[in-house]
Ligand binder design. Structure first.
Ligand code: AQP
Length: 338
């Protein structure tokens, strides 16, 4: 397990249009981390099917997410970009870890409770419940030291750590125990239409989220309609009644890297309309060059496929090694003793 650089793994589900929440909470920090870590970034299509997906849409979104990874600045020469289902070790270790997961731990996960509540009880798939065990497999296969995620994934990360510790205690040291890497600003971007709920790519309402591929006028339309309050005061706050303004400030901060005090001073004496316009400007400044790059990548499917094929090949080498070790420790007879 000797490595020169520490390892990082993370992923995004191709389950809809990527939002600025996905960008600010995850992608943006991955781009920074590629300089100092050995990075594995996957498109977690097997996670996406824990809720019903239209096949055509899943296919298109998988490529779209890959192109957005590149457009955001991930360099395929330096990081390994791959599709989860291209590396069968994820499914295999996933099953092993499902067998090690106490049901009580799985039922406690808030994401399961939230997503299950949105569906008819008899249509909630077993995959949704087992999602955290598959996520644990994604991370542990790469012996990742750190997992850069938004705040919503904190509980799943804790689950991964607990499961790895349990496995190591039962079968001997096998997995590195990973740490969550949660950004200081932008760790939880809230819905524009409902600032007490997380902004989510699978939320259907039109004014809920700014998508990474929204045109500038659409960004403007959505942000200008964002829910605020009647206090007329622009300051950071954890009070639920001020969550809308706090969310706009958080987005502004994640894009400008300024301190709370500097931002509050900048907006002193200004109105919510000014704040919204400033947020629109910052978002569009960030998204426009990114979208130009995206258009180039998405129109080169051969290039994208090649990157994903190379990525899967590189990822498989690492993943297979860990899988073999885990199976050996558990008492599986390996084919030809290897
Ligand atoms: N609102 C958010 N603020 C900050 N970070 C966020 N992330 C997601 N939403 C926000 C981070 O994006 C990464 C990828 O998430 P995912 O695709 O694996 O699933 P998710 O966390 O469930 O994100 P969504 O957008 O809400 O997807 P759906 O609607 O399909 O479930 C993670 O690092 C996450 O923290």
């Amino acid at each position: 397990m000797e490595q020169s650089k520490k390892r990082v793994l993370s992923g995004i589900q191709p389950s809809g249009n990527l939002t600025i929440g996905n960008y600010l909470g995850a992608l943006r920090q991955w781009v920074v981390e590629q300089d100092s870590y050995e990075c594995y970034f996957c498109i977690v299509d097997m996670h996406a099917i824990t809720v019903q997906q239209d096949p055509g849409s899943l296919r298109a979104k998988t490529r779209e997410v890959a192109a957005l990874y590149l457009a955001s600045g991930l360099d395929p020469e330096r990081v390994t970009i791959f599709v989860q289902s291209h590396v069968p070790a994820h499914a295999e270790l996933g099953w092993i870890l499902i067998c090690q997961s106490p049901l009580g731990w799985l039922y406690r996960m808030t994401q399961f409770k939230d997503k299950a509540a949105k569906q008819q009880q008899d249509s909630v798939g077993a995959g949704l419940l087992n999602y955290p065990a598959l996520m644990a497999a994604d991370i542990l296969l790469y012996q990742a030291h750190a997992v850069p995620v938004g705040d919503d994934q904190r509980q799943h990360l804790e689950f991964t750590r607990d499961l790895a510790q349990r496995f190591n205690a039962l079968y001997g040291d096998t997995f590195i125990i990973p740490e969550a890497m949660i950004p200081k600003a932008g760790a939880r971007i809230m819905g524009l239409d409902n600032p007490t709920a997380k902004m989510s790519k699978s939320e259907a309402s039109e004014y809920h989220a700014v998508y990474m591929l929204d045109a500038p006028n659409m960004v403007k339309k959505k942000v200008m309609r964002a829910v605020t309050d009647s206090f007329g005061e622009i300051r950071f706050s954890s009070e639920p009644e001020r969550a809308g303004v706090n969310n706009l400030l958080t987005i502004y901060q994640a894009l400008t890297n300024q301190s709370n005090a500097d931002i509050e001073e900048h907006f002193a004496g200004k109105g919510y309309g000014d704040l919204k316009k400033a947020v629109v400007e910052q978002i569009n400044n960030r998204l426009q060059p990114l979208q130009e790059k995206y258009n180039r990548y998405i129109n080169e499917p051969g290039y994208l496929d090649q990157i994903l094929a190379n990525g899967a090949e590189r990822a498989s080498v690492v993943a297979e090694k860990t899988l073999r070790l885990a199976k050996e420790r558990m008492g599986f007879v390996l084919p030809n003793g290897k």
